[in-house]
Ligand binder design. Sequence first.
Ligand code: DAH
Length: 343
Amino acid sequence: MKEEILKLKEEAILEISSIQNLQDLNEKRVKFLGKKGALTALLRGMAELSKEERPIIGTLVNEAKEEIEKAITEKENILQEKEIQEKLNRERLDITIPSTKIRRGSKHPMNLIIEELEDFFVSMGYDVVSGPELETDEYCFERLNIPKGHPARDMQDSFYIDAEHLLRTQTSAVQARAMMKNEDKTPIRIICPGKVYRRDDDATHSHQFGQVEGLVIDENISLADLKGTLELFVKHMLGENSKLRFRPSYFPFTEPSYEIDVSCFKCNGKGCNLCKQTGWIEILGSGMVHPNVLKQNGYDPDKYSGFAFGTGLDRLAMFKFGIPDIRLLYTNDIRFLNQFDRF
Ligand code: DAH
């Protein structure tokens, strides 16, 4: 029996030493130490031993049991440690791997222009107003000194919806709206950026484009106010070195009227393809509000005077950002739009 116990112990310790995982180890625990295990079977056989032999064999069995338990516990510790290490390796995070780039949206160049000019005029005390894109003939033309049959209507081929309604051809319509809305006929200082529509169908024009309108009405407003304001505006938008040139022109709602050119910011006035070798680029229409317009919209021209101006937002955006083709502003090519995320 003694040999049997020693053999069993050695066998157990050998088997335990080659175990590779906790589950197999548990099976060995059951096999050697469990209720139906090998050691328990040996203990049962002790009943047949003599009185003298029993304590000796009993001690041997206990020793064997302790040693087997010790081997199992040691193996268990090793395997648990191994398992933790494996888990850590498996779940390791490499925090140095570059992350996938989060795509940010960007503002549309037209909105960038609108926001910039709004900030500029608001800082000078102007209100930003808007008007309807589906406009009446009355506000788009009549109240701006362009009666029916006036040749100036031909300059702005219009989309009429019916005899009295059209898609507005110019943000100037908002001038009349602002004057009529102001029942107390107090001074006005507004800008109105917005969309306008014309029945143009050649390669360089779009049927829809952006304009901004400006209107100032107060006592003693003079051409000097117009010049000073627009000079600040253009320099703010297109650069401090910009020079302005006022050319006499004609608009039915202003008298006198001017077209304003800015010195070419590409060649600094030397002449290039952008300015068609002239050194100047036409940028604004403007003038002193026509007395008829003041009168028609309830303002006394003997008391009040004013200036107005209008410019195309598309052109402004193209100049400012060096955009070569107006269609880029409308086709929503993501490769184009993404370039504006740094502004
Ligand atoms: N409405 C004009 C256009 O679309 C631009 C313009 C010219 C606006 C002179 C004005 C102005 O306010 O005074 O061509």
